[in-house]
Design a protein around this ligand. Structure first.
Ligand code: DI6
Ligand code: FE
Length: 424
C-alpha cells in the first residue's frame, strides 16, 4: 500500500440510495489505484504506507469536466458587448465573428502560448477539485492547426496534475478556405484529418457541431463513420439551437455522449436510452446565451438516461472555468437535485468519456482520483459558491494540496503520520 486516507467522510454514490456518507472510512491506494474502501478497523497494510488523517473531511470522487474547449487564443468580450446591445449569437457568426474569430487567433498562436493559456484556465478547475478534463480541438480547422491543438491537450495531460481526454472537433465550423463548400471540408476531415489524428494517437474521440449554423446530420454521419473506421469514439454537439435529429443519429451509432440538448424531443431521448448514450447538459451556455428552451429533464429521468454536467468552457458561449458554478446552475436553472449534479460531474461524466470502468467512483479497482473537501454535506458542493473549501486532490494516487485553502484556519487539514505506525 502506498497511501491510506483515514477518518474520511466518504461520499458513496449508490444506484439504490442516491448518495450516502460513509463516515470513518479508510481508502487504501497503491500504484495509483484504490485497493480498499472500508469503515471497520484499519486493515493490515503491506509496505510502509503514508497514513493521512483526513479528520472527517468529506471525500468525493475527483470531479470530471467532460466537455471543454479549453484551448484557444483571443477574447470574445467585444462580441459579448454586441450581444448585450441586441445582436444574436447567430447574427455574429453570420458576420464572420463568433467561432471564426477564435479560429484566426488560435491559428496565429504558438503551442507554447496555447499551452500556458489553457494551463491557467485549468487552474480554476483544479481549485475546485477537478482531476479529469476533456479538451476539444475545433479552433484550428486545418489539418496542422487541429493537430496542434490536440498536441497541446495531450501535453497538458502528460505534464500537469490533471488527466486529459482529447476530442477532435474539426467539424465545429466551416473554415474560410472551404467557404460554401461544406461537402469538401467534411471530405477533408474524413480523408485527412481523422486518419492523421488517429495515426498520431492524438484523439480519444471525434465530435461534431450538428446545427443549422454548422453541419447537417448527413455531414455528421460521414464524420462519425470515418471516426469509427479509425477506432475512435464519437460524440456530438446536438440539439443546442434547433432540432435536427443529430442526437438520435449519434446515439444510434453508439456515441459516448450527446451534449447541449435543449431542443431534444422524446424520440431523441428514447434513442439515448436505447444506446446508453450520456446526455451531457451545459447550463453555462444556456445561461450565457440567455436561452429559454430547457432540455427535457423530466423525459431524460423517465427514460433513465444518465445525465452529465460540464462547463463547455469556451470563449463564445460559456467563458466559465468553474464546475461548481455549473453544478449550481444544474440545480437552479435545470432543476437537477444536488445529487444528480454530483453524479453528473463524477460517475456520468466518466461515462461520457468512455472511462466509467476506471474513474468517477470511489471503489476498489478504480483509479485513485479524489477530491477532499472542508465540507460536511455533499449538497454544499452545489449550494455554495466562491468559498475555497477544497483541501486537496488525489490524482492517479498522488496528493496535491489545494493552494487556496487557508492553512491557518482551524479547519481540518491533511496531517501526515509516519507510516511505520501501521507497519504490519
Ligand atoms: N457550441 C457551443 O456552444 C460552442 N461550440 C459549439 O459547438 C461555441 C463555441 C464558440 O462560440 O466559440
Ligand atoms: Fe461545446
Amino acid at each position: 500500500m502506498d497511501t491510506v486516507l483515514t477518518n474520511v467522510n466518504m461520499v458513496a454514490l449508490t444506484p439504490e440510495h442516491g448518495y450516502q456518507i460513509v463516515s470513518h472510512a479508510h481508502i487504501g491506494v497503491a500504484q495509483g489505484r484504490i485497493m480498499f474502501v472500508d469503515n471497520g478497523p484499519l486493515p493490515a497494510c503491506h509496505g510502509h504506507p503514508e497514513i493521512i488523517d483526513c479528520q472527517g473531511a468529506l471525500v468525493t470522487p475527483g470531479l470530471i469536466d467532460c466537455h471543454t474547449h479549453l484551448i484557444h487564443a483571443g477574447s470574445r468580450a467585444e462580441e459579448f458587448e454586441m450581444r448585450m446591445k441586441g445582436a444574436t449569437y447567430a447574427d455574429i457568426a453570420a458576420n464572420g465573428g463568433g467561432i471564426l474569430s477564435t479560429v484566426l487567433a488560435t491559428r496565429a498562436a504558438s503551442e507554447e502560448t496555447l499551452y500556458s493559456l489553457a494551463n491557467q484556465r485549468l487552474d480554476g478547475l483544479r481549485q475546485e477539485g477537478v482531476t479529469t478534463v476533456e479538451i476539444k480541438s475545433g479552433y484550428g480547422l486545418t489539418l496542422d492547426d487541429e493537430l496542434k491543438m490536440l498536441r497541446v491537450a495531450r501535453r497538458l495531460g502528460e505534464q500537469t496534475d490533471i488527466n486529459v481526454s482529447t476530442t477532435l472537433l474539426a467539424a465545429h465550423a466551416l473554415p474560410p478556405e472551404f467557404a460554401h463548400n461544406a461537402d469538401g471540408y467534411i471530405a477533408h476531415i474524413c480523408k485527412d484529418i481523422i486518419p492523421a489524428a488517429a495515426q498520431e494517437q492524438l484523439a480519444d474521440a471525434v465530435d461534431v457541431f450538428c446545427e443549422g449554423i454548422a453541419f447537417s446530420p448527413e455531414h455528421c454521419q460521414h464524420v462519425f463513420q470515418a471516426a469509427q473506421q479509425h477506432g475512435l469514439a464519437i460524440k456530438g454537439h446536438t440539439e443546442q439551437l434547433s432540432h435536427l435529429g443529430g442526437s438520435a443519429l449519434a446515439a444510434s451509432m453508439g456515441a459516448w455522449s450527446v451534449d447541449h440538448l435543449e431542443y431534444l424531443d422524446e424520440a431523441g431521448v428514447r434513442a439515448l436510452a436505447a444506446n446508453q448514450t450520456v446526455a451531457t447538459l451545459l447550463p453555462g451556455a444556456f445561461y450565457f446565451l440567455r436561452e429559454t428552451q430547457l432540455p427535457p429533464i423530466a423525459l431524460l429521468r423517465q427514460h433513465g438516461v444518465p445525465i452529465a454536467l460540464s462547463t463547455d468552457f469556451n470563449p463564445g458561449t460559456s467563458p466559465i472555468a468553474s464546475l461548481r458554478i455549473i453544478m449550481n446552475m444544474g440545480s437552479t436553472l435545470f432543476g437537477l437535485t444536488p445529487e444528480e449534479c454530483l453524479r453528473g460531474v463524477t460517475q456520468y461524466a466518466a461515462q461520457a468519456l468512455g472511462m466509467s470502468h476506471q474513474r468517477g467512483q470511489i471503489k476498489p479497482g478504480m483509479v485513485a482520483d479524489l477530491a477532499i473537501w472542508d465540507l460536511s454535506y455533499p449538497a454544499e458542493l452545489t449550494y455554495r459558491l466562491g468559498v475555497p473549501d477544497l483541501i486537496g486532490r488525489m490524482v492517479n494516487g498522488q496528493l496535491f494540496p489545494a493552494s487556496r485553502h487557508p492553512i491557518h484556519s482551524p479547519m481540518r487539514m491533511l496531517s501526515h503520520t509516519a507510516g511505520d505506525a501501521y507497519d504490519h
